[in-house]
Design a protein around this ligand. Structure first.
Ligand code: NAG
Ligand code: NAG
Ligand code: NAG
Length: 364
């Protein structure tokens, strides 16, 4: 089965490329998204005990990835794509948590304490059935008027990691000190929900106040290929490597499939189901700090994310292997039936031979 997985991934990638149409651009300034990378399905396979959440990509090498051009989120035009390279997205689950690896080529840029001069990533998921990718949920209300009632159905779930205060290879996100909301005072890996770009809140906070029942359910770490692996960085080592070095950024995240959210502030994932998802990237191009809306995204609409069940991974993904295995089982079954018949036959012959003299004797 392992042998067939790369082939299968290649086939999926090939089909994806074949069917992915070109992004269109609406000159009038109205939003239009023709592409939506149609046909692309990100698969989160059941692969327990494979990855460690440390920002390092080595343990993901056998997991198939999906490559996306990064286009400006607000005006997706091929000419304005992120020049550094594509974003590779990988996902898997272990039956309890989902794991993501985002991988983007980029010269090392790190400015301690200034997140806008460091790269940054976000994941976004649909929560409400009417939540659009465009306008982060697409609720029509304005900041003063949006509430969980009039924006009902437009909820999206966002994880945002700004690395300006995060040490590479260290774990950030939900922690005991920040319990009660989606914030993270240490590494700024936050759990957010929104109804549109202007009605965006940390989990547990909202226009009507605080509930203090929420939590930051995400954890994550970052790394860059130009960093030297050693026993562990501390804050004083910043900027950890020399700025401008060519390489690849890695961002690794995990979250439980289900969370204890009671207010439509977290997406809930289900094995066997498909969720709607997107990924975004900010980069200080030419050293210039990025601003909030200056991000690139992997697609101009939701991408499907399949949570593949452990059962279907065993029987489904490698058809050829499955059928040859089935053949082996059938053959050994046949052999055992033949052996059984043979033993019955031999036993019968033996007892016949033994019986005959006795019957003959009784006849005598
Ligand atoms: C751009 O959007 C407007 C408004 O939705 C629409 O009328 C127009 O046909 C679109 N143009 C293109 C080239 O898609
Ligand atoms: C989503 O929109 C449809 C059609 O407008 C509506 O019937 C439905 O109630 C909406 N769903 C939610 C959760 O508001
Ligand atoms: C911000 C928020 O979600 N507030 C909610 C806290 O809980 C009460 C009662 O369940 C809700 O009415 C609020 O909307």
């Amino acid at each position: 089965m392992l042998l067939f997985r790369p082939l299968f991934v290649l086939l999926v990638v090939f089909l994806t490329l074949l069917f992915a149409p070109i992004n269109s651009h609406n000159e009038s300034g109205e939003w239009s998204c023709e592409s939506s990378e149609s046909g692309t399905q990100i698969a989160a396979e059941f692969r327990p005990g494979v990855v460690t959440l440390d920002g390092h990509p080595d343990d993901w090498k056998d997991i198939g990835g999906f490559d996306f051009s990064l286009l400006p989120a607000l005006d997706p035009h091929e000419d304005d794509a992120y020049k550094g390279g594509k974003m590779t997205v990988k996902a898997l689950h272990d039956g309890k948590d989902v794991f993501f690896l985002l991988q983007v080529d980029g010269e090392y840029a790190y400015s301690k304490g200034n997140s806008n001069k460091c790269p940054s990533v976000a994941l976004m998921f649909q929560i409400g059935e009417n939540a659009t990718y465009h306008n982060m949920g697409g609720c029509k209300e304005s900041p003063g008027s949006c509430t969980n009632k009039n924006c009902r159905g437009h909820e999206v779930d966002i994880m945002h990691f700004s690395i300006g205060t995060a040490i590479p290879g260290r774990l950030y996100g939900g922690n005991l000190v920040d319990a009660g909301t989606g914030t993270d005072r240490f590494g700024h890996l936050v759990d957010v929900y929104s109804w549109n770009p202007h009605c965006r809140y940390l989990d547990g906070l909202g226009p009507s106040g605080t509930n203090n029942t929420a939590q930051n359910d995400w954890k994550g770490a970052w790394w860059h290929s130009s960093l030297n692996v050693h026993s562990g960085f501390v804050d004083e080592d910043s900027p950890y490597a020399s700025n401008g070095k060519k390489g690849t950024y890695y961002f690794e995240f995990s979250r439980p499939l289900r969370t204890m959210d009671w207010f439509q502030q977290d997406a809930q994932f289900k094995i066997g189901d498909t969720s709607k998802f997107s990924a975004a990237f900010w980069y200080p191009v030419d050293g210039k700090p990025w601003h909030g809306s200056g991000h690139y995204t992997v697609s101009c609409d939701w991408l499907p994310l399949n949570f593949i069940s452990g059962g279907s991974t065993l029987t489904g993904s490698g058809t050829a292997t499955t059928s040859s295995w089935d053949a082996a089982v059938a053959f050994s079954l046949l052999l055992s039936v033949v052996a059984f018949c043979l033993s019955v036959f031999v036993g019968y012959r033996v007892s016949m031979r033994r019986d005959t003299p006795y019957t003959e004797m009784s006849h005598l």
